[in-house]
Design a binder for this molecule. Structure first.
Ligand code: UD1
Length: 420
């Protein structure tokens, strides 16, 4: 597995372009197979999860053709195999969207249970509850979920817990159900809105995405559409934090600044200067920075997917900081790794307390999951000496060209290819 080697304490400066959102594209690519026609997806991030989704589509009978590195044509016109129970499906959690998409179009699907990042129990009970409410029969067993229905009928669904994946998956299925479906206590994340916008361009009738009530009037058919993915809120946040930890001056471009509000508020509280443009944010940091307290929440709260990264920064801020994790109970696997670089972190249940240290010292660490990997990179950028990060395949799942983008900002970072 590849490694990243980082020689730290280089101040980041310049401009970085943010790619399309991973969490939007992993819903939009499966949604594309709901149409009898081709879709063209633009602003596609060049990440491992996209390659994996393309393989899944081709294995069930569709085609994926790159027009250029960031534009993909997906054609699932022909009949598709509704059974997706092979390795690529098991590799990524977001393959659960094939359940909703195939159920919508063919009223049946058989999909392996999802994998993805390894933190905490990641159930899909809310997704399945939603499918059942729409009239589907759901059978689970041997690592596979089977759903089928004579027809799907719109209904009112109240989500016990705010779930991004369940909101999108139920929205996919309801798009081609008879009548009206209402999803209450829906997730409001930008990628929920992006998926709804794409479905609407395909002919769906979805209203209210981005609020906690989504109303879907079912349609019989969808057609292909051309659609540009929104910028990645989490990638943008990662570069903003990377700029801050190096005392840098970085213009983070091609973003929606509104999506960054919960992070910019915290960075400002820490003493970092933020300048918002129409589609960019400039981050300018001078040490010392003050520790703050952070609580992760669903959108518009502070995203759990920026939790490890902000802790990497808070660990070198003055004083005591706390983070409360409200979404994933076992998100703290990165802590042990960060402590190898010198961080002082105590975890008690869902709360981690950071005692600010003067600086990190390079060491050998592992990316234990995607965002933990991003946190290792951030800490390494600020560390004295050399840090070796393994498990880079996790980072590649969600960050396009990470070493090139950081290198262009002045970081000393390179990859060593290691055969698996
Ligand atoms: C999505 C993101 C992930 C992010 C998470 C929270 C994608 C592909 N991934 O994951 O990066 O960390 O949102 O913002 O978009 N839950 C249940 N039952 C369910 C589903 C979820 O109990 O059926 C619980 C989970 O255990 C978790 C919480 O709900 O505690 C939120 O999970 P959810 O929003 O569903 O996360 P994902 O959609 O899987």
């Amino acid at each position: 597995m590849d490694k990243l080697i980082v020689k730290g304490r280089k101040r980041l400066a310049g401009e970085v372009n943010i790619s399309g959102a991973k969490n939007a594209v992993v819903a939009i690519i499966p949604a594309a197979i709901m149409a009898e026609g081709a879709s063209v997806v633009e602003n596609l991030p060049c990440i491992e999860d996209v390659s994996c989704l393309c393989k899944i589509i081709e294995k069930i009978g569709g085609t994926c053709q790159y027009i250029d590195r960031h534009t993909l044509k997906i054609d699932a016109t022909g009949p598709l195999d509704t059974c997706a129970t092979f390795d690529e499906v098991r590799k990524m959690r977001a393959s659960y969207y094939f359940l909703g998409a195939l159920l919508a179009r063919y009223k049946k699907a058989e999909v392996s249970l999802p994998g993805g990042c390894n933190f905490g129990v990641r159930p899909i009970d809310l997704h399945l509850k939603g499918f059942r409410a729409l009239g589907a029969t759901v059978i689970e067993g041997d690592g596979v979920v089977k759903v089928y229905a004579d027809k799907l009928v719109g209904t009112s669904i109240y989500m016990d817990q705010v779930s991004v994946g369940a909101t999108i998956n139920i929205m996919l299925a309801a798009t081609m159900a008879e009548g009206i479906t209402t999803i209450e206590n829906a997730a409001k994340e930008p990628h929920v809105v992006d998926t709804a916008n794409y479905l609407n361009m395909m002919g769906a009738q979805i209203k209210g995405a981005g609020t906690d009530v989504i109303r879907i009037r079912g349609v019989e058919k969808l057609h292909g559409a051309q659609y540009a993915i929104i910028p990645d809120q989490i990638e943008a946040g990662t570069y903003m934090i990377a700029a801050a930890i190096t005392g840098g001056d970085v213009l983070v471009k091609n973003i929606i600044p509104k999506h960054m509000d919960s992070l910019t508020a915290k960075l400002e509280e820490m003493g970092i200067q933020i300048e918002e443009g129409d589609d960019s944010i400039r981050v300018c940091a001078n040490h010392p920075l003050h520790g703050v307290n952070v609580k992760t929440m669903s959108y518009p709260g502070f995203p759990t997917d920026l939790h490890p990264q902000i802790v990497a920064l808070l660990s070198v801020c003055d004083g005591i900081s706390k983070i409360t994790e409200n979404v994933w109970e076992n998100r703290f696997q990165y802590v042990e790794q960060l402590c190898k670089l010198g961080a002082k972190i105590q975890v008690d249940g869902r709360v981690a307390t950071m005692e600010g240290i003067e600086k990190y010292h390079g060491a050998k660490v592992s990316a234990t999951d995607l965002r933990a990997g991003a946190a290792m990179v951030i800490a390494a950028l600020a560390a004295e000496g050399e840090t070796e990060i393994d498990g880079v395949r996790y980072i590649d799942r969600g960050y396009e060209d990470i070493e090139e983008k950081l290198g262009a900002l002045g970081a000393d970072i390179h990859r060593i290819h290691v055969a698996d």
